[in-house]
Design a protein around this ligand. Sequence first.
Ligand code: PMP
Length: 293
Amino acid sequence: MAEQVIYLNGEYVSKENAKISVFDHGFLYGDGIFEGIRIYNGNIFKCKEHLDRLYDSAKSIMLDIPLSYTEMEQALIETIRRNEFRDGYIRLVVSRGPGNLGLDPTRCPKAWVIIIVEQLAIYSEEAYRDGLVSVSVVQRRNIPDALNPKIKSLNYLNNILVKIQANLAGVGEAIMLNAQGYVAEGSSDNIFIIKKGVVYTPPCYIGALEGITRAAIMELCDKLGYKLKEEPFTLHDVYVADEVFFTGTAAEVIAVREVDGRQIGAGKAGTITTHLLEEFRKIVDVDGVKVYE
Ligand code: PMP
């Protein structure tokens, strides 16, 4: 295994030398954006979709990414190659860069680009089979008129507060509602429920990230003939669902067996969830950009 190398503004540096300025606005204010991407068997899964979301987030917050789309893709590939990774997790961060202590982003002349490739701590196969226990939390999702959850911004405090609640409850992932009380998403995962064979997920406009895994699962539902409805639902619908699962780059498709003390379905990963996970795993090393060919 090669020594870990990090891409930092066009240079490949060791972990010890990967340092950022204390005047960086990403650090000071969460002013920046990021992506979490997976590599499966040398394939950057849904690379284009992740880069599209990155450049959309940048446009929305008026952040000028100093690399073209192609240069960014090349930087990803090169960082993975230098780390000799075939499987792992890529964290791509674009921060507004160093400025002064004021808020004004025009004082930050150049955005910073950081790419980190790491091993991923993933759920056990047992967790995929048995499902997670989850709880709903009091923190509501940012309203879209404030910091729109569609922007994958570096400001994750809303999500971190949810994670703290999840930790206090002793669960791995929690459920956030939006300001109107509809189910939005997890702290870092999208949510789906299944009732009478129909798959439901909240529309992202109510306050959820447009997850790449979410989109992949929606496509698979279409391909496999499962009826899918993108519509708002409440915690009641979650409690009485036949199956519940979260989706995310790290989590993939993970079943939920209990929510707020209510057993979901048979109390383990349901048939449709399991089928979707199996089919998802068939595409992860196919659909994307190959690093070593
Ligand atoms: N929601 C939030 C808040 C997230 O941070 C993430 C990413 N982990 C997701 C959903 C899932 O998105 P994706 O499938 O693109 O990883």
